[in-house]
Design a protein around this ligand. Structure first.
Ligand code: SAM
Length: 376
């Protein structure tokens, strides 16, 4: 179990980053529950800090969902192995390669390859797809494939992926075990640290509004995110999946989720923070755009072939699909513009603690640089 320094959870009047946050950027629970004028001020500050760091540019990534087989059994996820009602699929790598090489939306600079935890799909679909994309396109390549072995991580990196997305899901180890989240909490954290030390750029994340989640749990998510060697982090609203044991639990509060996003932005102005599509399930039509208003600077266009989309079941069968048109409309409506620089290129060239980081540079140095910048 992680032992957080108590000072991380204490609010201090000395030099606060924002009223309601301590000097390390950890918010109070009052700030996470704030509403009305104070909430608007929080979100506006999140957006302001983002604009001063990233300008009006938002990264545009495509996601392809390559397999819904999963060896894990997360209580919150519709793809859990116990869900026997799901038609399981693995996509064909050559069809996805054709789609991404010749027919991807023009605004897309990066692709994220996502799946249930399915080592077979990693070998048979992800690896050949990554090699083809590396050969034929300038796309930055992210993967979100779950907790795998160090040898598979290394193969994915050798093939050409540079960003790994591994959410820690929740910082409370007892809840993690109770929700049957992937492997053990310790293994998940160890994988995150291993990936960073092995030279990956790393994004993680947590779920806001999980059943039973306390304010202390929420604050622990911030303290943990801050301690990890991350380059980005997401906050996803809990969506009660139809075909999960949590189907009758309440949907996450959109305001709590957005407040967490804004607070995360203020805690780490340099992180890439996505506006996740589930925000539009938590608040139809406006949740996603409100995410951009809190300081998110990454959006995702779903280009999974329609024949598979219905079975990539995180939440509900009628998914809200983020098409290019929806994404570009939302970006423009918020006065933002799609970035022509890929996320991968941004990470490769941006400064970490004052030093430009280049892939191939000693990865443990980078991991420790990020860690030390995050240390109290
Ligand atoms: N299997 C991979 C893994 O474990 O990282 C990647 C795919 S998994 C479906 C991607 C993410 O979906 C998880 O990390 C989890 O945070 C999120 N997720 C699944 N069910 C969810 C739900 N009901 N509400 C919110 N987020 C959910």
């Amino acid at each position: 179990m992680l032992d957080f320094p108590l000072k991380l959870l204490r609010s201090s009047p000395a030099d606060p980053i924002f009223p309601g946050m301590n000097e390390l950027g950890i918010p109070t629970s009052e700030l996470l529950h704030t509403r009305d004028g104070a909430q608007v001020a929080l979100h506006e500050e999140g957006a302001r800090v983002t604009r001063s760091r990233f300008g009006r540019k938002v990264f545009v990534r495509a996601v392809v969902e390559i397999s819904n087989y999963c060896r894990e059994n997360c209580a919150y996820c519709g793809m859990r192995r116990s869900n026997r009602d799901l038609n399981r699929f693995r996509a064909q790598h050559d069809k996805l390669a054709e789609l991404l090489i010749h027919h991807r939306p023009a605004s897309v600079t990066d692709v994220n390859i996502q799946a249930g935890e399915d080592p077979i799909a990693v070998r048979e679909v992800a690896l050949p797809l990554i090699r083809a994309l590396r050969r034929e396109t300038p796309l930055g390549i992210s993967v979100c494939l779950g907790t795998l072995s160090p040898a598979i991580y290394a193969e994915l990196k050798d093939a050409g992926a540079t960003l790994y997305i591994l959410k820690f899901e929740m910082a409370n180890p007892a809840s993690y075990a109770g929700m049957e989240a992937p492997g053990t909490f310790e293994e998940r954290i160890q994988s995150i640290r291993h990936l960073a030390a092995a030279g990956w750029f790393l994004s993680s994340g947590f779920i806001a509004g999980l059943p039973g989640q306390t304010d202390q749990d929420l604050l622990a998510n911030f303290a943990l995110a801050r301690e990890l060697p991350l380059h980005g982090c997401s906050v996803s609203p809990f969506i009660p999946g139809d075909e999960t044991p949590l189907s009758s639990a309440p949907l996450a509060d959109i305001d709590l989720t957005l407040n967490c996003m804004a607070a995360l932005r203020l805690m780490r102005p340099d992180w890439v923070i996505p506006s996740v599509s589930a925000l539009n399930l938590a608040e139809p039509d406006s949740g996603y755009r409100r995410g951009l208003r809190t300081g998110a600077n990454l959006v995702t266009i779903n280009i999974t072939p329609s024949e598979f989309r219905g079975d990539y079941l995180l939440y509900k069968r009628d998914r809200f699909i983020m098409t290019e048109e929806r994404i570009l409309t939302a970006i423009a409506a918020e006065g933002l513009i799609p970035s022509s620089q890929s996320l991968a290129e941004f990470y490769r060239t941006r400064k970490v603690n004052g030093n430009a980081h280049h892939v191939g540079q000693s990865s443990s140095l980078v991991g420790s640089a990020v860690q030390s910048s995050a240390s109290p």
